[in-house]
Design a protein around this ligand. Structure first.
Ligand code: PMV
Length: 346
């Protein structure tokens, strides 16, 4: 009898408010981080596992949007070689992995968080099926494995607001997986929009892996880790209230600090583009003039994430369409909100 199992998940990307930048061995973060889970930037992945009598090692077929993709396949194989230390069945099951994104691949949106969280959810679910068991800590396990694929991916297995990294200011926080902290957050924050303004499509000149590595020798590394720890503690308490002034100040400062670390590395690099700065200035001007609580954050790239409470949606949509879109490549932006997390597909 040939045994075959399938698991299929849709999982979102996330945007960090306090940034993870710098790591130790095994993707253990140098400092804790906090993020919003998104609702519209998703990876959908299905994994079919078929038992093969004489297989001896990892064997996969990988299709991205229906087409073989060898560079993704290699990344997945090296990830699976870590997972198989615990999931021994990976050595005797042939995996057929099909994956696709809901956002354009070349939009400059980091897809590793949604991709590795979706894959990790499928693997833990297959492990349950193969061993005929149910894990009460299913999501924690998925977050643990997602972290080993791509650090920030561990913050994508739950909805709402996530904390990854040990901090004394939150019980059960861990360096090994993220936890959802939405229940300790004022509802204004689970009702936020994120307009992702696509300033530049395509591959970044310096990958986040290289960026993390450059921090090791960085003259500001220790002060950064300490500041990020303090910012995490501060943000946990800011998120309990609807005091958006403190939220805005902290989140924007985190984004600019991330990019200033890049600019001051031994091998300096700049991922912002002139239009990134133009958009930031526009956002500041708009906030000053209209007194509307909008703010920006940045990923490791040129795109700007414009964050705003949903109560301001009409006004902010209008601001984007009339004043910001001209700075976006091909007038492109993606509308996201804080999302509810991954969904199992049947
Ligand atoms: O998960 P990685 O290794 O791609 O690193 C992500 C780094 C940032 O996106 C810049 C910050 C973060 O916390 O997501």
């Amino acid at each position: 009898m040939s045994q075959s199992y399938i698991s299929h998940w849709k999982s979102p990307s996330n945007i960090a408010l306090v940034k993870y930048w710098g790591k130790k061995e095994n993707q253990i973060p140098a400092n804790p981080s906090i993020s919003f889970t998104l609702d519209n930037a998703l990876t959908e992945t299905s994994v079919e596992a078929k038992f093969q009598e004489n297989q001896n090692g990892i064997l996969i077929d990988f299709l991205f949007e229906g087409i073989k993709n060898n560079s993704f396949k290699t990344k997945i194989e090296s990830f699976l070689s870590i997972v198989q230390n615990e999931y021994k069945w990976l050595n005797s099951y042939h995996l057929t992995i099909n994956s696709s994104n809901t956002f354009p691949h070349s939009s400059g949106i980091a897809s590793s968080a949604s991709a590795f969280s979706a894959l990790a959810l499928c693997l833990v679910n297959l492990d349950e099926k193969i061993n005929n068991t149910i894990y009460p800590n299913f999501y924690e396990k998925a977050s643990y494995w997602a972290r080993l694929g791509s650090g920030s991916a561990c913050r994508s297995v739950y909805g709402g607001i996530n904390l990854w990294g040990k901090t004394n200011s939150y019980p059960n926080s861990s360096d090994e997986f993220s936890i959802e902290i939405s229940k300790d957050v004022h509802p204004i924050y689970t009702d936020f929009n994120d307009h992702i303004l696509i300033i530049e499509k395509g591959k970044k000149s310096v990958s986040s892996t290289q960026g993390h590595a450059l921090l090791k020798q960085h003259p500001f590394a220790e002060i950064r880790y300490q500041t990020a720890k303090e910012n995490t503690e501060k943000l946990i308490s800011i998120l309990k209230t609807d005091n958006l002034d403190d939220f805005i100040q902290l989140v924007e400062s985190e984004a600019l600090m991330l990019h200033s670390l890049m600019m001051t590395s031994a091998t300096p690099f700049i991922l912002m583009k002139p239009n990134t700065l133009s958009v930031i200035e526009k956002i500041w001007e708009y906030r000053r003039e209209k007194n509307v609580p909008i703010l920006f954050t940045l990923d490791a790239g040129a795109n700007v994430h414009l964050l705003s409470p949903k109560s301001q949606q009409m006004q902010v949509d209008n601001f984007v369409k009339t004043e910001l879109i001209q700075y976006c490549q091909d007038n492109q932006y993606l509308h996201n909100s804080v999302g509810k997390g991954p969904e199992k597909q049947v």
